[in-house]
Design a protein around this ligand. Structure first.
Ligand code: SF4
Ligand code: SF4
Length: 355
């Protein structure tokens, strides 16, 4: 049985409100002391205000609808979310890209981006512009409906770089986080991607996997986990992939809910704060990425998007007014969740940031 749990929004949960989440993140610990402000930590290392190093990636969230309802989803995505980017807004993204050749990569995320009815059209148009397209594919979508079965061939045709979450190489841990039966379907989808050439040695079709911890702990070394994932997936299922990205869970949305429900919120924040790494702070992904919401509003990253923290007022707020020059001159909006990007070896949509 696949998870049928409603999103926080569908449950009318208080954490569905970004303002409420930010309020939680600002609260002192149960001992009455404040968690050190993230901005102050950056200031100690001459990194405040944090500014872009030059935008090369446009991350576009094409909607919050998803066929899964994973426990740790920072988007609060699910089948009950109806927010979907229109073709008109996609066209505004294409117009913006036309005037921004510095942006070489477009990273499509969701929800399950493939559920947007204009997804294939958008990928085709982005390919025509000569941009590298990344799709954050949750794997199970490929098997969710007959109309998605051809996605591996479609990805291949457009040279899409596929990045997919697989929390573990065993069913129990994957299903506990993403829903019953998700592991088996993910394995089948990975085999379908391998069959058309994705992730195979010597192939140019890139298939990367994403690991994120199942509990209130930080990920271990990306390199050693990658080796283990490769061995286990090859021996158990004859699956190959290129890289494993280890991502730290940020205290946002459903993961914040999990931390609070399990009584781990404070200890997790302490872990993130203690593991603050200035080298990781210097390489956070918001320095080279601009994130577009389903309705066209602009954010420093997907996490800020879910917390409704739009880019600084000095910069254009909406894709229709896109100006790379003005966006590259902005100050990045920070809050306490940012500690998740700077812990240990760092964390971004491409995994560790400190090599
Ligand atoms: S983590 Fe990804 S696959 Fe899971 S519910 Fe969120 S958007 Fe969907
Ligand atoms: S959460 Fe977003 S804004 Fe904060 S450091 Fe990470 S990428 Fe940057």
């Amino acid at each position: 049985m696949v998870f049928t749990t409603k999103s926080l929004k569908g449950q009318h949960h208080e954490l569905a409100d970004p303002f409420y989440q930010l309020n939680v993140l600002q609260q002192p610990s149960s001992h009455g002391d404040q968690f050190p402000a993230f901005a102050a930590r950056l200031r100690e290392h001459d990194l405040f205000p944090l500014t872009p190093t030059g935008t090369t990636i446009l991350q576009v969230n094409v909607g919050k609808m998803c066929n899964q309802t994973c426990k740790h989803c920072h988007v609060d995505a699910g089948p009950d979310r109806k927010e979907i980017m229109t073709r008109e807004t996609m066209q505004l993204c294409l117009d913006a890209l036309l005037h921004a050749p510095q942006i070489t990569t477009v990273d499509l995320t969701g929800g399950a981006p493939e559920m947007n009815p204009d997804f294939r059209w958008f990928v085709e148009e982005l390919s025509k512009l000569g941009r590298q397209v990344i799709v954050r594919c949750n794997l199970t979508i490929i098997l969710a409906n007959k109309k998605y079965h051809s996605l591996p061939e479609f990805f291949k045709e457009h040279g899409v770089h596929v990045i997919s979450s697989l929390p573990y190489f065993m069913a129990s841990r994957t299903d506990a986080q993403r829903g019953d039966g998700v592991f088996d379907k993910s394995i089948k989808a990975l085999q379908m991607l391998n069959a058309v050439g994705y992730g195979k040695e010597g192939s140019s079709f890139q298939l990367d996997l994403v690991y994120n911890p199942s509990g209130a702990f930080l990920p271990s070394s990306q390199k050693s986990l990658e080796g283990e994932f490769k061995r286990r997936l090859k021996s158990g299922y004859n699956i190959e992939f290129n890289n494993l990205f280890c991502i730290t869970n940020l205290p946002v949305s459903r993961y914040l809910d999990y931390l609070m429900q399990s009584g781990n919120y404070e200890s997790y924040m302490h872990k993130l704060i203690e593991a603050f790494n200035p080298a990781a702070a210097a390489g956070v992904m918001c320095r080279n990425t601009v994130s577009v919401g389903w309705d066209g509003y602009l954010y420093d990253c997907d996490f800020n998007q879910m917390l409704d923290l739009k880019v600084a007022q000095s910069a254009p707020q909406h894709i229709k007014d896109f100006s790379l020059e003005e966006l590259d001159a902005r100050q990045i909006i920070l809050n306490q969740h940012c500690y998740g990007c700077t812990a240990g070896a760092g964390s971004s949509c491409g995994g560790e940031t400190v090599k």
